[in-house]
Design a protein around this ligand. Sequence first.
Ligand code: NAP
Ligand code: G4F
Length: 324
Amino acid sequence: MQSRKALITGITGQDGAYLAKLLIDKGYEVYGVHARRSTDALWRLRYLGIEKEVTLLGGDMTDLPSLLRCMEKSAAGEVYNLAAQSFVGTSWEQPILTANVTGVSVVNMLEAVRTVNPKARFYQASTSEMFGLIQEAMQSETTPFYPRSPYGAAKLYGHWMTVNYRESFGLHASSGILFNHESPLRGIEFVTRKVTDAVARIKLGKQKELRLGNIDAKRDWGFAGDYVEAMWLMLQQDMAEDYVIATGRTTTVRDMCAIAFAHVGLAYQDHVVIDPAFYRPAEVDVLLGSPAKAKAKLGWEAKTDLNTLITGMVDADMVRVSQD
Ligand code: NAP
Ligand code: G4F
């Protein structure tokens, strides 16, 4: 049987690495758009033991010709568009770059699909940050959007262009509105990983305090490994649609910290220092997603609870930090 071919943008990121592993395990030939970097960007693929099992194609989200070539060379039937400037904090410092990479570049990828293989199925990595200043206590596919950062606004553009290409050109294009998802492969700048890395350093005597911003913010946190399955399921449906992917539970940054510190026998109150430098110009105070549609139509639900997720991340960082 001929193997199925998938192209992943953002393959070197957290989700790209887990998705590549999932697709390889399902027998896909996996191609990734790989932006040139002067430093090593392949550590996550190595961590999952799949560096040699993916084909990396040079390209950049802001460069349409390179994306056209990636579509041609891969002959992909499924395209997962995960690449982005994904850190909300940076989006206020680099709003134009964020608009270009996270927003306008979605249209580059949609155009590449439409030009080279309009039958290819397309997944767009949309986000709960589009809900921002929430308009309903529990956010679903019908909740109005109100982004609160240049990142959220850029993602909203990419989201609506995905819907627009589906409706205008009949592309099988789906948008996954994913709530925060984390793992040992999470970037160190995001709050869960910043906390679990610091917990390991403090426990091993390599750091004394952890400086954080608004620890009263609440997030609906799940495990990235669970969430990439939802991406794949969306592209297996006859009809392309948009789905919220979430756990349906929300927790403060404070309580997440308490879990992480308690796992190694410490109290977060003894080590966390509030530093206004980490406050954001506009905060998303609370996010809580309804996974009802995903459960009903995709048969998907989150398998990993927050305690298992955070303690697993602490364990992974204990190993990493002790080898530093
Ligand atoms: P991530 O770890 O920050 O990965 C981002 C990826 O995008 C990296 O592979 C990065 O490459 C690539 N990239 C950045 N700029 C690029 C460019 N100009 N050209 C080509 N590639 C570029 O993000 P993630 O957590 O895996 O998230 C994946 C996607 O889901 C993102 O679009 C994010 O905004 C979205 N999302 C994430 C969450 C979450 O909680 N994780 C929730 C909702 C939506 P380098 O490694 O070379 O920098
Ligand atoms: O971990 P965060 O930086 O994630 P944020 O802003 O929710 O964005 C992540 O999830 C989105 C989905 O909702 C994705 F679209 C996006 O790409 C990214 O993956 O911050 C979480 C919360 C915020 O309220 C922030 O203000 O934690 C608060 N926080 C408090 N102290 C901190 C810190 N965040 C960071 N990064 N660093 C701190 O010191």
